[in-house]
Design a protein around this ligand. Sequence first.
Ligand SMILES: C[S@@+](CC[C@H](N)C(=O)[O-])C[C@H]1O[C@@H](n2cnc3c(N)ncnc32)[C@H](O)[C@@H]1O
Length: 250
Amino acid sequence: MPSGAPSKPDQMREGEKPSRDDPIRSFGRRRGKKLRPGQERLLAEFLPTITFDPSADFNSQFGNGHGNGQGEAKKEIWMEIGFGGGEHLAAQADLNPDIGFIGCEPFINGVVKLASQLKAKGLKNVRVWADDVRMIFDGVPDQALSRVFILFPDPWPKKRHSKRRLLTAQTLDQLARMMKPGAELRIASDHADYVRWALGQVLAHPAFAWTAESVRDWKHPPADWVETRYQQKARARGIGATFLIFRRRA
Ligand SMILES: C[S@@+](CC[C@H](N)C(=O)[O-])C[C@H]1O[C@@H](n2cnc3c(N)ncnc32)[C@H](O)[C@@H]1O
């Protein structure tokens, strides 16, 4: 485990001042409503069996009989950063049993929701990191990922909060390192300023090429898209989304 990584998902920097080396926090609260006893049990008993271990052998966590990664080795590994309540991640894992997934989310109530969906559906192809994704970058080998989802990331619209946005040049450097040539980076947002900023960030990075050829490509999601909870809520309020799909250059 990287130095400073928590042994429990909830342990990091809660109420503590970040040290100079900590990344600026890109997420809001770690906990919402008090968990019910069944949810507390899921966190204490089930979550450890599906937790991604950045210090363990990467591939053996997705097949070859290691823990919850039992069964066939996975043909690709996809990562979702900020899965919220996990609806999209659980649906993708269900649709793609031959893919291994790493889901990262520091909001514990969301983590419990995902855990309960995985347990109910018997899905064994997901590993969870219940904290800041940036803590596990060192545990993901070069060119290990074939797809990365960053769906409706916190837009941090106030100027004084803009440093909290996750998609920094440093994050993009790490994504570029972890992604295979040809791998897909999917970003979606309903926040126009954020979309402009995110597009500028990724286009400024030499490792990524935008796949869009016409307006249709950013107004409409790819055919295999699964709506996220946040996206559904925005749509119910009449707010559309923009879909930015990039390829990791060779
Ligand atoms: C606006 S929510 C969207 C949730 C979900 N993707 C959806 O569309 O329903 C953004 C999520 O990103 C998570 N997040 C923010 N920074 C993160 C980080 N550094 N690592 C992992 N998740 C992060 C937040 O906790 C939050 O749940």
